[in-house]
Ligand binder design. Sequence first.
Ligand SMILES: *Cc1c(COP(=O)(O)O)cnc(C)c1O
Ligand SMILES: [Zn+2]
Length: 386
Amino acid sequence: MEASDAFVGLACLACGEPANGDVPGWCQTCGGILDAQYEYEALDVTRDTFASRPFTSMWRYHELLTHSPDEAVTMAEGCTPLVDCPEFADALGVARVLIKDEGRNPTATFKDRGHSLAITAAASHGASDIALASAGNAGQSAAAYATRAGLTAHVFVPDRAGLTQRALIRRHGARLEVVDGTLGDAGAAYEAAMAAHPEWYSTQAFVTPYRHEGKKTMGYEIVEGLDWTVPDAIVYPTGGGVGLLGIQKGISEFHRLGLVEGSPAVYAAQSTGCAPIVRAWEAGADEHEPWVDPDTICAGIEVADPVASPHVLSVLRETGGSAVATDDDAILTAMRRVATRDGVEMAPTSAAAASGACALADQGAFTEDDAVVVVNTGAGSKDPDV
Ligand SMILES: *Cc1c(COP(=O)(O)O)cnc(C)c1O
Ligand SMILES: [Zn+2]
């Protein structure tokens, strides 16, 4: 593997134990989530190192990625805009709302950041097949990047996955397996297939450390886009929390490198149809209980059993944020309002963050001077069936 100079290996987020090698999997000691480690002291980067580069792909932050840009499987993902939304700011009673518009990625969601890095790692490892379970968007992204790298993707989706996602997964030449039931059932089918094919390389969320790693570039871009300051709040539509943990890691790395001061309050937004993180937050628990019978139009965040919940909950606590759930009607109303007034097209799943921001404003979470970033994780055209 050709690594970035500062990357020193993987270690467990829970127990800190270093991993054996650089392949996806759980911590050998405690079963926890693996995460990339860097020798930050060895890095010689300033604001200008990044600011002087074109804003065209997340690989502009390659010193802080696990692989080098020479081997990157990339389609110019990342480097999305922060769109000022004055009408939305007015509605929330805050100074600014900025929508981080991840709909502008190659397959129209932020999943591309994770899969650019995860497929780069798979190709660099010499894998021929990759596999994952997905609600749809991650599978579509995996299929696109895998075919670009000449790998075969095996994608397991629940039967409620969107028609667009299913069609495009097939269009990219992946092997699509449609499983009756929920994302959890698709996950069980994926696990059975992995057991039968130990040579397959996983790009499953949190099994691979490279998806949360790729998504941390959202944190870098938010800071750089705000002229090297942090926003007061970030509201994130939370399923597994891959992107939430990534953003938090990115911002704290920039903090550690002396590139920015302060840290934003991080808020997790969910739908009342599947809100295990919010329920755990409200109970003051350190981890979630699986949600029984998940049912929401927000397919991308219908994650009943989010394995990273202890880490997500501790980010909310440590940054002074919280977790909020709104119902599907409120989510669709928020989606329509943002499209009508500010023009930005949000995916229904992502609109949980817009709706959550409204609920947080009602709770008095923001002040009138605040700058609030709402992450639009996917394009409005992604889920026409909703
Ligand atoms: C996958 C997905 C999410 C949730 O992602 P996590 O980072 O796992 O919480 C949110 N929005 C969209 C559009 C998605 O596809
Ligand atoms: Zn561990």
